[in-house]
Write a protein that binds this ligand. Structure first.
Ligand code: SF4
Length: 264
C-alpha cells in the first residue's frame, strides 16, 4: 500500500498495533513500499542501522541512507561510511551543520564547550545534530531509525510505527524496537555486516569522538555517551525533546523517566 495522504492518529495506532507482532523485515518492507523515496534511513552508522540497511538490501528494496556529519565524528565512523558505500553500492546523503552556527558556537564558547555544562553540551548537540536533522527530514514524509526499547529508559516506550512529535509529526518507523543487543550482534556476525571498528575496542554506543568512551562490562550500553554528565538522559535531542530544566525535573540520575522505571 502506497501512502499518499497524511495518516491519522487512529491509523498510526492501528498500524503500530498490527506491526507490533510482525518482524523487523516486515515492518521495514511496509515502510519502504508505503513511502518509497519519501522515507529515509537516518543512520549514525551504529550496528542497529547497519542491520536495517542490510535488511533493505536483502529485501531488494532501494533505501535512501541519510547521515549527519557533526564534524566531530570518530575516524572509524568516516571509514565505515566509505566501506558501506562500496559494499552496498549506494550513495549516502550527508547533512552538515550550518557553518554560521558553528562559527558562532566556537567563537563564543570555544572548541570543546560541552564538558563545561549541560546547557553548552545541549547547545552543541543542537547546532551539530538537531538542526541538521530537521533539514535532513525536509522533503521526507517518514524516517526509519535503529531505536531499540532496551537501549535506555527514554526509549523504553517506542512503537514500531509512530508519529514523531519532535519533527512535525512525520512518521517514524523503528523496525528493531523489540530487538535485544544480542539479536543485533547475531545478525551482524552471521551476515558479515560491516560495523564500526570501535565496537571491538569496548564501545557499546558511538556518537561524536569527544563525547563517547568505551563502557565497562555491566554498564548501561549508553553509559559511554556524555559520561561526565549526571542526571541527564543520554540523548542529543533528535529522538526526544530536550530542554534543559524541564528535562532535569523529569529524568532520574540514571536518565530514566521518573514516572516509568523500566527494568533494563
Ligand atoms: Fe557536540 Fe558532543 Fe553533541 Fe557531538 S555529541 S554534537 S561534539 S556535544
Amino acid at each position: 500500500m502506497v501512502v499518499e495522504q497524511k495518516l491519522s492518529k487512529s491509523q498510526i495506532e492501528g498500524l503500530a498495533s498490527d506491526y507490533e507482532a510482525r518482524t523487523a523485515e516486515e515492518t521495514l518492507e511496509w515502510a519502504l513500499k508505503a513511502f518509497g523515496d519519501r522515507v529515509g534511513l537516518i543512520s549514525s552508522f551504529q550496528a542497529e542501522t547497519m542491520v536495517v540497511l542490510d535488511m533493505a538490501h536483502r529485501l531488494g528494496l532501494p533505501v535512501r541512507v541519510v547521515t549527519i556529519d557533526t564534524g566531530r565524528l570518530p575516524e572509524e565512523t568516516y571509514a565505515l561510511i566509505d566501506r558501506v558505500r562500496q559494499r552496498y553500492d549506494i550513495s549516502v546523503e550527508i547533512i552538515y551543520p550550518d557553518m554560521q552556527d558553528l562559527q558562532e558556537l566556537t567563537e563564543k564558547h570555544g572548541i570543546n564547550p560541552f564538558y563545561r555544562s549541560v546547557s553548552l553540551r545541549l547547545l552543541c548537540c543542537d547546532m551539530r545534530k538537531v538542526r541538521p536533522m530537521k533539514r535532513a527530514l525536509d522533503g521526507l514524509d517518514a524516517w526509519i531509525s535503529g531505536l531499540r526499547r532496551s537501549q535506555s529508559g527514554t526509549r523504553a516506550n517506542v512503537a514500531k510505527i509512530e508519529f514523531d512529535s519532535t519533527h512535525d509529526d512525520k512518521i517514524k518507523v523503528n523496525p528493531l524496537a523489540d530487538w535485544s543487543q544480542e539479536q543485533i550482534w547475531d545478525y551482524v556476525k552471521s551476515r558479515d555486516v560491516p560495523y564500526n571498528e570501535l565496537y571491538d575496542q569496548g564501545y557499546t554506543s558511538i556518537g561524536c569522538s569527544p563525547c563517547t568512551r568505551p563502557t565497562e562490562p555491566g554498564e548501561d550500553p549508553r553509559a559511554g555517551r556524555w559520561w561526565w554528565e549526571k542526571g541527564v538522559p543520554k540523548e542529543c535531542g533528535i529522538h526526544v525533546t530536550l530542554d534543559g530544566v524541564h528535562l532535569m525535573k523529569e529524568i532520574d540520575p540514571d536518565g530514566r523517566p521518573r514516572d516509568s522505571q523500566p527494568d533494563l
